[in-house]
Write a protein that binds this ligand. Structure first.
Ligand code: SIN
Length: 315
């Protein structure tokens, strides 16, 4: 009889979940990424004696996330997932760019086992630290039969990497999946599931260049009152290969910014229109020269463009 994989590998990357403050009542004046992943595990008595492994991939505030760590993390996750005894991987992360790392890992790996990102809104030293419960719930999801793909687990909710976004600066329940809704709830160590696990194509981790300078440069430009051409001119001067416009409403742009983006597109840059609205897709209509990013958020559209440029190969 085939043995059921039980081992869960916990990869630490930093964040508030590993943060400390001088004063337990201070929920904002703390330093992120201070406690190692092994110590985070030791703080959850319910995990004692379980088949867990801990590995520190980085120790950063996730606002500083970048290509070097993304590549190292994707390689590390894929190596662990290939081990037959591993049921799934948990990644402890900062909340600020969690949705970007989740989307990136899903689109690079599209794993057949669960990869669960978790985080905390309060530092480990807080009166009401949310990290330990989130970590416990994340391990439950990583070991769930039939689970697959990259998900985020926070505040008792399981969100797909394809939908999750941070929606609040301070609340403990700071993440949502917009119109799609959460995949499941974690309640007392059990999953109550509402919809299917994330599925997508995978670029493949071998396509990620080791040299960060070889990663395509794609920037996000927001359209707002008083937007102009200057930002696009500056980006073209530094050699960006693509620009994601975070547009108003259903993909509309200030006319001066739009003219500059059309010119950039004609010169060979990739341009897409996403929306700066919190929900909904950019619904394209006939004859629009700048393509729509559909339901992708600006940060997701940027990752898609980077991966598409990597797939297309050097210019
Ligand atoms: C971070 O993203 O690393 C800091 C903020 C947080 O984790 O909530």
């Amino acid at each position: 009889m085939q043995k059921i994989a039980q081992t869960v590998v916990i990869l630490g990357t930093g964040g508030t979940i590993a943060g400390t403050a001088k004063d337990a009542a201070d929920n904002v004046g703390y330093t992120a990424a201070q406690i190692g992943v092994a110590q985070l595990l030791a703080a959850v008595p319910a995990l004692a004696g379980q088949a867990l492994e801990a590995e520190q991939v980085s120790q950063i505030d996730s606002k500083d996330m970048g290509f070097v760590i993304w590549r190292a993390l994707a390689l590390c996750v894929s190596q662990h997932l290939a081990r037959p005894e591993v049921a799934g991987v948990v990644v402890t992360h900062g909340t600020d760019t969690l949705e970007e790392t989740a989307y990136f890992l899903q689109r690079v790996l599209a794993p057949h086992k669960p990869v669960v990102l978790t985080a905390a809104m309060r530092p480990a030293t807080a009166l009401l630290a949310d990290g330990p419960q989130n970590l416990l719930d994340a391990v439950v999801v990583a070991r769930s039969q039939g689970a697959s793909g990259v998900v985020a687990v926070l505040a008792g909710e399981v969100h797909s990497a394809l939908d999750v976004r941070k929606t609040h600066t301070y609340r403990l329940a700071a993440f949502g999946s917009g119109d799609a809704g959460a995949i499941a709830q974690v309640e007392q160590g059990r999953l109550r599931r509402h919809r299917s696990w994330p599925q997508s194509e995978a670029l493949g981790v071998d396509r990620l260049p080791e040299d960060v300078a070889a990663w395509p440069r794609v920037e996000i430009v927001t359209s707002h009152a008083g937007s102009g051409a200057g930002i696009v001119t500056a980006l073209r001067r530094i050699g960006v290969q693509g620009i994601v416009a975070a547009c108003t409403g259903n993909g509309t742009l200030h006319h001066e910014l739009e003219a500059a983006l059309l010119e950039a597109q004609a010169a060979g840059l990739r341009i897409v229109r996403s929306s700066r609205c919190l929900g909904g897709a950019v619904i394209a209509s006939a004859g629009q020269a700048l393509p729509s990013a559909g339901a992708l958020t600006p940060v997701q559209a940027r990752i898609e463009m980077i991966l598409a440029l990597l797939e297309a190969g050097p210019r």
